[in-house]
Each structure stands twice: as C-alpha cells, then as structure tokens.
Design a protein around this ligand. Sequence first.
Ligand code: AMP
Ligand code: ZN
Ligand code: FE
Ligand code: FE
Length: 287
Amino acid sequence: MKYIDLHTHSSFSDGTMTPATLVDHAKQAGLSAIALTDHDTMAGVPEAMARGLKQGVEVIPGIEISSSYNDMFMHILGYGLRHDDPILIKRLAKIQEARKHRNERIISKLCKLGIEVTMADLKTYSKEGQTGRPHIARLLLDRKVVRTQQEAFSRYLRKGERAYVDRFRYEAGVAINMIRDAGGLAILAHPVTIAPRLAGIRNLVKNLQNMGLEGIEVYYPAHSSGLTKILKQVAIENEMLITGGSDFHGDNKPDITLNLARERLNIPYSLLAEIKKRLGRRLKVEG
Ligand code: AMP
Ligand code: ZN
Ligand code: FE
Ligand code: FE
C-alpha cells in the first residue's frame, strides 16, 4: 500500500523544516507523495518539488489560505495550482502584508504589557518565509515569558487575549476563486476546527460547493473516527474529493509527525489519483 500526506508546512510559513528537509523526512517516513500547503504562500514549492524529484517522493504544489465565511474563520486548501501565477501572487501579497502589519501591532501590545520584544527579534524566527503568531509564541518561549508555545496562545495571542490583533482575510468564496483561477482544486481544510461537532456541516459544504469547492479534508489528526465517517459520507453524497493530511509543522507542533500520516491516518495514494484525474480533466477542458 502507498501512503500520502496532503497537508504539510515548511519554514516558508510556520513549519520549522525547510521544504527540502521536509521532503527528506517524508521519504524516511515511507510516504509516496506529499503536498506542501504553506499558509498563504507558495514560495517553498519549487524547492520541495526539486527535492522530490531527487528523492523519488511525489510533491504536489499546494497552499492553505486563511479565509472567513459569515462569522467563521476557515482554511481553504488548494492543490495542483500554479505557484508562479502572477495574479495569485498579487492576491496573496495582500494577506502577507496584512499579517506583517498585524505582527507589528502585536509586538507593540506586548511592549505595552512590559514584555520587551522587537520586530527584529521576531525576524530571526522566520528567515526564509513569512512570520506569524507561532513565531511570536516561540519568541515568548525563548524569553521565558511563557513555558510552552501553547501558553503563549492561551495567555496572549489567542482571540480575546491581551495581545490579540485581528487581520484581513479573504471571504471563502474569494479564496476558492483564487485557487481555481490559478488552475487548482479547492478543498475545505479540517472541518472540525470550524464546528467541533460538525453542526451545520452539510449546509456549509453545499454553499461552498456552489462557490466552487471540490473536496473535503476528511482524514486529519483531530478528527475522531466518528467525525471522519460523517465527513466521508458528506463528500460522497456531494461527489466531492476526499483528502487528508497530518498538518505537519515540525517542532512548532511536536505531537504531529509525518509517520502519523502512514501509521495512524493511513491516507491511501488512491485519493491523490482521484485528485489528479480531476486536475487532468480541468486541463483538457481549458486546453
Ligand atoms: P497567524 O496566521 O499568523 O495568525 O497564525 C495562525 C497559526 O497559529 C495557525 O495556523 C496555527 O498553526 C497557530 N495557532 C492558532 N491558534 C493557536 C492556538 N490556540 N494554539 C496553538 N497554535 C495556534
Ligand atoms: Zn500553521
Ligand atoms: Fe489550517
Ligand atoms: Fe495547516
């Protein structure tokens, strides 16, 4: 059996491994294919693909776009899209700018709380890529302001806490279109984080499908076997793609390893074959 992991982060967003090291680890974990799905950037994709060719690990270009729908925050995954699409890059730059501006405001709030940190301190935690709250959490950990990164979120960075600052997000429909316009397939990421018991999931999926959503991330570490079953059923009912991944972040989420994708989630290669079939049909129609 061949296994895959379609949800991973590198140091181009808030993972701790470079794309090349991530691919090396995927190889060691016995995975046949991975998708690199950094938050709001595809800058790590060329490095991952080049390493994948060398290592014999198939690398699928991907992304995870933070978005909102009504009052909910949700992440939309994209697969098979062009990483160098100029319109996509321009649209993503708006999120990247917003995150940077938001970080400055968080740092200033922390300073007002008597925690002396600067943007320059923060930059040392994200050499290649963009900087986000997980990097701020690491900085607070190293400064011994908190004992764990989780504590940094629960005491300072989480919504409602003292150093929380909101930032711009695209509407889910816009995020879906961004992915489609760049030639990719849009998938709803980890539905459990939107509604812990999946209340209203059928309606939500239907509405997003009308906007161009093509699949659901069914296999995910935080999905119980019961929830996984429901999500699989919803995907089948709507003739949508089924995907899955570990959401690997390296040391930023130490409990999540790439082995998980093969040993516990057991995500079969056949799901990727379906994704590629749909991408192939898309190319034929366009070409
Ligand atoms: P940002 O996009 O910069 O606001 O950072 C969001 C990232 O922070 C998410 O993708 C998670 O990886 C992480 N994160 C968000 N909330 C929490 C939390 N409560 N505990 C730990 N990590 C979190
Ligand atoms: Zn993340
Ligand atoms: Fe996510
Ligand atoms: Fe993720």
